[in-house]
Design a protein around this ligand. Structure first.
Ligand code: ADP
Ligand code: MG
Length: 627
């Protein structure tokens, strides 16, 4: 990683870095600014210093959200006794000579952090330079330094900042609650831990361990430690390169979304950033798969020649400026879209696992409610109260046992075809379709859920959600080829609408026409619909127009034409889809599953919900306590 280059380089030459004052010209060119506005900012600077010093293990302690104590202990290269006063001097740094402020391979380079922290706290730094015979301590209180004193420390550096802002009560007032300051600290530590999975971290708050990660972790392990285990099972590896710019990392499947963008971790040359351009590119790449208020989960690392990016824009260095931002955006959008397309119909496994969790917790609750002997009580057998999951299970069992004709097959042919399919051992060998990802459909439950059997388990498919996605993908494809087949209505339909809605729709009439929806004005309060996209089949035209108008209002002018058209496709698909409640025969179910396998992104509906969940035989055995 880029920020390690400097340390690697120094270690090669076995010469430890010296701290020097930056020349005046360089001082004037760096973005000056107040860096320390809250405890998390101090923690960020101190941990970055430890990483820059080549630490393998960094231990952070805070008290009262960092207000009364911040302590960072590292095992890095340490600071020579004679450099200690320089470390606390403004614009003195060991990390650049100021000649090329773009060629920065370390987190720090301004030489401002330690003096800023020391100026607003009761501060001490204790350090032992690698190879030195002893350690030394320098204490500073509100800017006044005490003489350097010998100290006991085997290696590395300890920096302590107590009572932050004690001398500036006005600043103290701006701090938030202990809880929110400590959350900000945790976020900073996690972001830096994600940037350097090879380094071990611990964060202790008071007497409680907030976060801990051992050193030497692989990137995905570290990401899963921060984002939760489910991320490991639902992440796509990203690896793309364009003109020497490399994008790597892991992106969550769209079904693994969150209500805020807090689980998006972005790094530029190893530095955690919160950059509008990058966040916008991620949003664009997922826009097809997620409702507008949901956010994907990911960790993306962008590495490029430091001359292609300016990290000097913002004193806190979380914003960056790219020389070629269009290209960076394109790289991110296309790499993510490509990975999502390759994932194809894969849906998040967390649906199935979550369902499993509910089943098992429900049975545990049952056991607890009726004593340790489960359904039996010491006084004899009592009828268990039907809890929702067990009722659901019985329902499933009944449907399985019911003759196929009764459970809703449409035609006799289908029944025969299916009887063959459901007795593969009797027929000539097992049904080869069990080898297909979505398996052999066995039954339809509640007129919406298809149960299918695969080689290693079973799948439950939400037919409405799946069909909606298929129609959407079909419309989009037709749109891309500029030929959305439309179907003239036998009798043009008149839809009455409020004047604003009507005007909004008429404004888009040309775009609708490209999508096969032909509307025209019909007097003051109405529109006439002459044709609708063929892919929709028979649909409720009036409901469609109302929903389109709502969507257009919500989207406003924010989206590009292409994005607007796709959004319209999405709401049209919702109307054209097989509503739950329609019975499908075996052939129809089979066709639906096969089309899902052949269609990109069929693992989630247009709103980011999964279209199917998978239960492996091992999961099922666990449910029955057989494993
Ligand atoms: P910068 O990181 O921009 O150089 P700082 O004020 O954060 O400025 O630190 C000043 C100098 O003190 C650094 O350049 C580095 O040489 C030294 N230093 C700070 N913290 C550490 C540490 N934990 N281990 C070794 N050296 C450190
Ligand atoms: Mg620094």
């Amino acid at each position: 990683m880029a920020h390690n280059t400097l340390t690697d380089h120094e270690q090669d030459q076995d010469a430890l870095p010296r701290i020097r004052r930056l020349p005046e010209g360089a001082v004037n060119r760096i973005a000056a600014g107040e860096v320390i506005e809250r405890p998390a900012a101090a923690v960020k600077e101190l941990v970055e210093n430890a990483i820059d010093a080549g630490a393998r293990q960094i231990d952070i302690t805070i008290q009262d959200g960092g207000k009364s104590l911040i302590r960072v202990v590292d095992d890095g290269c340490g600071i020579a006794r004679e450099d200690l006063p320089l470390a606390l001097e403004r614009h003195a740094t060991s990390k650049t000579d100021g000649a090329d402020l773009l060629a920065i391979y370390s987190f720090g380079f301004r030489g401002e952090a330690l003096p800023s922290i020391a100026a607003v706290s009761r501060f001490s730094i204790t350090s032992r330079e690698r190879g030195a015979a002893s350690a030394w301590e320098l204490r500073v209180e509100a800017g006044r330094a005490a003489p350097i004193a010998p100290a006991a420390l085997n290696r590395g550096t300890i920096v302590e900042a107590r009572d932050l802002f004690f001398a500036t009560p006005a600043r103290l007032k701006f701090l938030r609650s202990e809880r929110s300051e400590s959350m900000a600290v945790t976020d900073v530590v996690k972001r830096l831990a994600l940037a350097t999975p090879d380094v071990g971290f611990s964060l202790t708050e008071g007497s409680r361990t907030g976060f801990r990660a051992p050193g030497g972790e692989a990137r995905l392990e570290r990401l899963a430690r921060v984002m939760g285990r489910e991320f490991r099972d639902n992440a796509l590896q990203i690896d793309a390169e364009r003109e020497g710019i490399r994008l790597s990392g892991f992106a969550g499947l769209p079904t693994l979304h969150r209500g805020a963008s807090t689980a998006q971790f972005l790094f530029v040359n190893g530095r955690p950033v919160r950059d509008k351009l990058l966040i916008g590119a991620v949003k664009g790449a997922y826009s097809d798969f997620l409702p507008r208020d949901r956010h994907p989960v990911l960790g993306l690392y962008l590495d490029l020649d430091p001359h292609g990016v300016d990290v000097n824009v913002h004193p806190a260095k979380t914003e960056v400026r790219f020389r070629d931002h269009g290209m960076i955006r394109g790289l991110i959008v296309s790499a993510l879209k490509h990975a999502l397309a390759e994932a194809g119909h894969r849906a998040s496994t967390s649906g199935g696992i979550g369902a499993l969790g509910r089943f098992s917790s429900a049975s545990a609750a049952n056991a607890a409610a009726s004593g340790s002997a489960g359904f039996y009580q010491s006084g004899g057998y009592t009828q268990p109260r039907p809890s929702p999951p067990s009722a659901a299970l019985r329902e499933v069992a009944r449907e399985f046992q019911a003759p196929l004709v009764e459970s809703g097959w449409a035609s006799r042919d289908a029944v025969e075809a299916d009887q063959q399919a459901s007795h593969p051992d009797v027929a000539a060998g097992p049904d080869p379709r069990t080898r297909l990802p979505l398996g052999v459909p066995r039954a339809q439950l509640h007129e919406n859920y298809i149960v299918s059997q695969t080689a290693t388990g079973m799948i439950l498919i939400d037919q409405h959600a799946a069909h909606e996605r298929l129609v959407y993908e079909r419309l989009k494809q037709q749109l891309a080829q500029n030929k959305v087949p439309s179907q003239q209505l036998l009798i043009p339909q008149i839809v009455e609408l409020g004047s604003e809605t009507r005007a909004r729709l008429l404004d888009e009439a040309d775009n609708f026409a490209r999508l096969g929806l032909e509307i025209e004005s019909f007097g003051a309060g109405a529109l006439c619909v002459r044709a609708a996209p063929a892919a929709l089949g028979a649909c409720d035209v009036s409901a469609l127009l109302h929903d389109l108008a709502d969507d257009l209002e919500e989207l406003g002018e924010a989206l590009s034409l292409q994005a607007r058209l796709e959004a319209v496709c999405s709401s049209m698909a919702c109307h054209g889809s097989v509503r739950s409640g329609r019975r499908l025969n075996a052939a129809e179910m089979d066709a639906l599953l096969r089309e899902m396998e052949a269609t990109p992104h069929s693992g989630q509906c247009n709103h980011g919900r999964p279209t199917y969940i998978e239960l492996s035989l091992a999961d099922i055995e666990k449910l029955f306590g057989r494993a």
